[in-house]
Design a protein around this ligand. Sequence first.
Ligand SMILES: Nc1ncnc2c1ncn2[C@@H]1O[C@H](COP(=O)(O)OP(=O)(O)O)[C@@H](O)[C@H]1O
Ligand SMILES: [Mg+2]
Length: 313
Amino acid sequence: MIVEVRGLKKVYGSKTGVTAVDGIDLNVADGAIYGLLGPNGAGKTTTISICTTRVLPTAGQVRIAGVDVVAEAPHARQYIGVVPQYNTLDRACTISENIFFHCLFFGFSRPAAKARTAELLEQFHLTERAEAYPAQLSGGLAQRVQIARAISHRPRVLFLDEPSAGLDPQSRIAMWDAVKGLRHQGITVVMTTHYMEEADELCDRVAIIDHGKILVEDTPAALKQSVGAQKVYELHLRDQPGRPELCARLSRIEGVSKAEQTGDGVRVLAHGADGLLSDVVSAASPFGLKDMTITEASLETVFIQLTGRDLRE
Ligand SMILES: Nc1ncnc2c1ncn2[C@@H]1O[C@H](COP(=O)(O)OP(=O)(O)O)[C@@H](O)[C@H]1O
Ligand SMILES: [Mg+2]
């Protein structure tokens, strides 16, 4: 395991005592793309910050390629690349200088740093923008530069904190391609996100975290399978008092695996029986069915089943 996290705990502030990370264990296999999926405040950034030597843990241990990030922080940093949640490019330097100086900082000779910079500019399709300044770049391009810079010293593991926060859909897809490309270079990726599509699309394994704890950990496919349903019907109702009765009726429909109350209606989990739509609508109409959405079961469904909340709340 290239990343090993054991019993990790972080309490911020001695008086107020916010427990941001509450006993996390993780194993990330070499070459994997690994996702930490959870809502805002779940403890994702804190976990990443400890793994990357930015924050000290209150308890527990992290090893990167076998090196303890607290006891041997400078050594561990050689193996680590980081793209933080916010743009940290040096605004006074060009794109090419940002990468070049990073290489020098990590001990490259000037000719080696120059060669490595050229190689990365090429790889990330940035050569034409090499002399541009960070302020002149779109969010998507700046993110690519940050990734290029983060891997310039050839780390074994790249940590990406909310890599697509604030990106438009097209830049997000370009970023996904850049991350997938890292796999071919043997770089392990640990990323955080609160976008379930992103975790689903990119990650080999996902740990769903909430309130500083891992709720479940598995492949996206297995996590979705665990819901025991393929389709999710969200019914919005005018007649709220009727919800328990409606749930009972819906549960009896063939193909429905679960019906539960939500804020303004009922959620139906179904394992994809044909013709279910008309049965659901018929059952719900007498209860003032206002509106309905049908989606495929997703990692969001998994999170809702585990916490009763959705990821954006
Ligand atoms: N420097 C800090 N001082 C005090 N509390 C913090 C600090 N950083 C984060 N927290 C708190 O720790 C919890 C987890 O935060 P964070 O790790 O940023 O979560 P996430 O990245 O999943 O949104 C939140 O309650 C947050 O307010
Ligand atoms: Mg965060």
